[in-house]
Ligand binder design. Sequence first.
Ligand code: FPP
Length: 222
Amino acid sequence: MHVAIIMDGNGRWAKERGLPRIEGHRRGAMKVEDVTEWSADLGIRYLTLYAFSTENWKRPWDEVSFLFNLFVEFMKKKIRKMKREGVRVRVIGRKEKLPDEVVNIWEWAEEETKSNDKIDLIIALNYGGRYEILDAVRKISSENITEIDEDTFRSYLYAPDVPDPDIVIRTSGEMRISNFLLWQIAYSELFFLKKYWPDFNREDLERVIDEFRKRHRRFGGI
Ligand code: FPP
């Protein structure tokens, strides 16, 4: 099973508590560790988390650099534990424009954990669904490939071996996809939770999976 999450509402979570937005992101990053553990526990094989979109560069530089820092610190602090617990860390997105330190830690985390196979934690960083499709198109045309079907196209995506998400969750009550995994979510079940990301808990995840199973029982058979 592949679960993909748009971790939205960190800013509002903080604002409601009279805290700076970055405090919401800090809490949000803590949830990344939790949700990875819960997912592994529940037998979810792939977990994709939207950490930074290609549109997020429009935010004030302070916030952007805080988010990159969170990513770097998270990898530095957690990689040993993740390695031990069978987590394979992968990052999807464009390396261009990202600070060297971010790219270095991205490559290091992938290398360190590449032989793990309990769960793939896929972080979408400087990621845009349209860019991913464009990047694939560019590669395909640079290789002068003319015979193209869905399988060929898929093999040019950032993580071609990862099955499409079964479930997409977005927290915070917004009902948008925001350029997340556009090709891959063609048949995904969508769940919109009226809860900010820092408040997301294990029960929420379990409830979504139960509901997914019910939806499937209705649509799968006669
Ligand atoms: C959306 O909330 C959240 C983000 C743009 C950032 C998500 C990033 C993290 C949770 C931390 C990433 C860390 C690691 C370790 C991968 P928002 O700021 O748009 O909230 P708002 O809509 O309420 O303003």
